[in-house]
Design a protein around this ligand. Structure first.
Ligand SMILES: *Cc1c(COP(=O)(O)O)cnc(C)c1O
Length: 431
């Protein structure tokens, strides 16, 4: 595969941007080599600047549930674009997207649009703190919530640990307001509430943790979490930036039928444009400015062009059998690879929920916590990654990242991928 133009552009980008990128994981650090510069996409396929073609399973890290340049999205964005890119006033587009979401979601009554998932989480945490008049927040090892200061915190060695920041630039005093617990552990959460009476404002979780592998939780655990939050007067925040509109229109809240207090959205909600959102019931949302004392604002929030993309994409998601078809396609890929790996006793399998899948290099079929992932197994992903690229399959460049299937992936794409993956797995495990 010829990558000469990508390599040249990357060399230039290194002179402009830290690490040559606008977001760190794009730099290919965990798989080695240099990032590939993309030029265009159509449906499930993308083309790089050197003219190589790939089937795309990154889908812009999740947002593109319809694939690239879906005609309905292009048409709606074009319509909005010609009317003006931004007004700093309310627009009908924002109202239309708000109504579309609220009419099809049993878990929130009001919503506020922002411009990224990070911003949604940051605002949701402020709302929870403002609503409860408490400061501490519980998060879980293995969940990612964007680059919000108080969420860039890792657990130490103990079971219940006050946070030490995993990024420089975060004040220790702020990190100390974050408690980090292991996933899948009700007792740890009970203990945290017992140790911090009337101090915990919120428990935030990715109900479907999909940013550090795919750490599927038991519904019982999430139900227990819901009960503990209610008993202790803490807000339960579901960070559905990745799971929202992905695992059904109502996301993980709908999938598990559990009502959190606040939900955050991002990724799919903007149809490939920068949009985030958070929502809750009317009482909780009445605390947001200008109705209430929790300040939150944005010059480009509710941007009409971005809202138009969201309207077009989410309208497609509401068509009959949309999610069933996506899940069936994904299941076919997963089952085919898994029976192949089982037959050959490879240290590998795929796990999935709906149209999210993750390649696991382990024989453990119940990976629910971050520390069950063997860092050393990422060497297999590294080997697999470059072999797949050579065969025209594009995944996010890290073994901790999940893959996404869009409605644009055809049966032929899936079949091609199954064949390519089998060949690559043989190279990785039998060479
Ligand atoms: C992607 C993601 C974020 C951050 O969203 P950005 O738009 O990248 O700021 C936060 N939470 C979860 C669960 C995510 O998947």
């Amino acid at each position: 595969m010829n990558n000469s133009i990508s390599k040249q552009l990357y060399a230039e980008a290194l002179q402009c941007f830290p690490g040559g990128v606008s977001s760190p994981v794009r730099a290919f650090k965990s798989v080695g080599g240099t990032p590939i510069f993309m030029e265009r996409g159509a449906g499930s396929h993308i083309w790089d600047v050197d003219g190589n073609e790939y089937i795309d399973f990154c889908c812009s890290w999740g947002p593109l549930i319809l694939g690239h340049t879906h005609p309905a999205v292009v048409a709606k964005v074009t319509e909005a674009l010609h009317k003006g890119t931004s007004f700093g006033t309310p627009t009908p587009y924002e109202l239309a997207l708000g109504k579309l979401i609220l009419a099809n979601n049993r878990f929130i009554e009001k919503i506020r649009f922002v411009s990224s998932g990070t911003e949604a989480v940051m605002s949701a945490i402020r709302l929870a703190r403002g609503y409860t008049n408490r400061d501490k927040v519980v998060k879980f090892d293995g969940c990612y919530h964007g680059h919000v200061d108080s969420m860039l915190v890792k657990a130490g060695s103990g079971l219940v640990t006050f946070g030490i920041s995993s990024s420089s630039g975060v004040p220790q005093s702020l990190a100390q307001e974050t408690l980090v617990l292991p996933l899948n552990d009700v007792a740890a959460l009970e203990q945290a509430f017992a140790d911090n009476p009337n101090e915990i404002a919120a428990v935030i979780i990715e109900p479907i943790p999909a940013n550090n592998g795919l750490l599927l939780q038991n519904r019982d655990y999430l139900v227990a979490m819901r009960q503990l939050c209610t008993q202790n007067g803490a807000m339960l925040i579901f960070d559905e930036v990745i799971s929202g509109f992905r695992i059904g229109f109502e996301g993980a809240a709908g999938y598990y039928d559990i009502e959190p207090d606040i939900i955050t959205y991002g990724k799919i909600i903007g149809g490939g444009m920068p949009v985030g959102a958070y929502g809750a019931n009317k009482t909780i949302m009445s605390h947001i400015s200008p109705d209430g004392p929790v300040y939150q604002a944005g010059t480009l929030s509710g941007n009409p062009v971005a809202m138009a993309a969201g309207i077009a994409q989410l309208s497609e998601c509401l068509t009959p059998n949309f999610y069933e078809n996506l899940a069936a396609k994904t299941q076919h890929l997963v089952d085919s690879i898994n029976s192949f790996c089982t037959e050959r006793n490879y240290l590998c399998y795929l796990t999935n929920i709906g149209s999210i899948f993750w390649i696991v290099f382990s024989h453990d079929h119940a990976i629910r916590t971050a520390d069950q992932i063997d860092a050393d197994s990422m060497k297999y992903f590294k080997a697999l990654y470059h072999e797949l690229l050579n065969k025209g399959i594009y995944l996010g460049p890290s073994g901790y990242e999940v893959g996404f299937i869009s409605s644009a992936h055809t049966d032929a794409d899936i079949q091609h991928t199954i064949t390519a993956m089998k060949e690559v797995l043989m190279v990785v495990f039998e060479k």
